[in-house]
Design a protein around this ligand. Structure first.
Ligand code: PLP
Length: 412
């Protein structure tokens, strides 16, 4: 949370900068199913021995089925290798490290990432000696997807390029390709032999439906596109600091899968020896017990529906106030059509600054690590609020009206 928000004494201050789900009272929400599963884990006579290097097998097996679907072809053909990681960040790191050691890059160890993307992607990729290169993704004019630019870029990349894709609920834009656009992308990946590096941090959080939110991954897997998936249970299970995640790599054959598994084990051993057990036991129970699994799906719906409801209410309120739409837009429809926890409002830097300084409304700020490295010792790192991004989870029925009215005032 921004230190300025904490220090602000305005009782009406609003925090739209959190990267975690909040309930309608603005409080963190422990999923009821997680409470139940945690109790079961605590009551079991579990010991505290090390897990194996690749983690808790009941967890990784179930996590694999969750992302690819239980009837998935590569799972049936025993071509999926799954390793438990330190949440999604750990999965991204292990994946990037694995690629840096074993992938035959066509050009300068480049990994292509969307412009913009989750700020940590840049740092994680650079840390292992790979080169992050941006591809066009977001069009600020339409506050939507720059599909044409995206496609052109994929076509012009060298063959067998590694391209990072957000499987759903793109962070930070909330703008996803449509199912038809995913089909086009899959066709291009096949044609050019590209490698898909999927980041799946929000399965279930986008539409409220776990299967639907994994359809991009499943489409690519069904077409035998070479790929891996970095999976996080931070958001969809609300297990942020338990660090529960997995890396799934699809191999070309069962034999290759065994080799990849031993390569990943060697890397994991030198990095963390073995992953933490507690959260993995909790998620493993939720994924394998039919009753708990159904309850989890209901909890996910609770979170995703509240966010969708906030989108609708914000849109309606701005319509009611006749708030002028951001430049290039005829209305605020993008608030409703964007997906997941975040929303690019289209507010410009001056408007964002005014919300913070004059209204005590704090927007999401991404402190770029690259920027931090460039700062001199005397500089105070400050969050960049210029991109107009808000966390929809920070809105609730108590603060929505004030937020809409404040937006109305700053854009006029
Ligand atoms: N990937 C994306 C796109 C994210 O937005 C996040 C978290 O914000 C992560 C990965 C990793 O999160 P965690 O390490 O908490 O699972």
């Amino acid at each position: 949370m921004s230190s300025r928000y904490v220090a602000d004494t305005n009782p009406k201050k609003i925090n739209l900068g959190v990267g975690a789900y909040r309930d309608n009272n603005g409080k963190p929400w422990v999923l009821p199913v997680v409470k139940k599963a945690s109790r079961k884990v605590e009551e079991s006579d579990r010991d505290h021995e090390y897990l194996s290097i690749t983690g808790l097998a009941t967890f990784t097996d179930a996590a694999q089925k969750l992302v690819f679907g239980k009837d998935s072809l590569p799972i049936k053909e025993k071509r999926v290798i799954s390793v438990q990681t330190l949440s999604g960040t750990g999965a991204n790191h292990l994946a990037a490290l694995f690629m840096s050691r074993f992938y035959q890059f066509t050009k300068d160890k480049e990994i292509y990432i969307s412009n913009p993307t989750w700020a940590n992607h840049n740092a994680i990729i650079s840390n292992v000696g790979l080169n992050p290169v941006s591809y066009p993704y977001y069009n600020p004019q339409t506050i939507g997807l720059d599909f044409e630019g995206f496609v052109k870029s994929i076509e012009s990349m060298p063959e067998k390029s590694v391209i990072l894709l957000h499987s759903c609920a793109h962070n930070p834009t909330g703008v996803d390709p449509t199912p038809e656009q995913w089909e086009t992308l899959a066709g291009l990946f096949l044609k050019k032999g590209h490698y898909a590096f999927f980041d799946s941090a929000y399965q279930g959080f986008a539409t409220g439906d776990l299967d639907r939110d994994s359809s991009s991954v499943r489409l690519f897997a069904s077409k035998r596109i070479p790929m891996l998936v970095c999976q996080s249970f931070a958001k969809n299970a609300g297990l942020y600091n338990e660090r529960v995640g997995a890396l799934h790599v699809i191999a070309a054959s069962e034999d290759e899968a065994q080799r990849i598994k031993s390569q990943l084990s060697v890397l994991q051993r030198s990095e963390i020896s073995n992953p933490p057990a507690y959260g993995a036991h909790v998620v493993s129970l939720i994924l394998t017990d039919p009753e708990l699994f159904s309850e989890w799906k209901r909890d996910i719906k609770t979170m995703s529906s509240r966010i969708i409801e906030m989108r609708d209410q914000l849109y309606n309120k701005l319509q009611e106030l006749k708030t002028p739409a951001p430049a290039g837009r005829s209305d605020w429809g993008h608030i409703k059509s964007q997906i997941g926890m975040f929303s690019f409002t289209g507010l410009n830097k001056a408007q964002c600054d005014s919300l913070v300084n004059d209204y005590s409304i704090y927007l999401t700020g991404e402190l770029s690590l690259h920027r931090l490295f460039e700062l001199k010792r005397s500089d105070t790192p400050s969050f960049v609020t210029a991109n107009g991004r808000i966390s929809m989870a920070g809105l609730n029925t108590n603060n929505l009206q004030r937020f809409a009215e404040s937006v109305d005032e700053v854009v006029r």
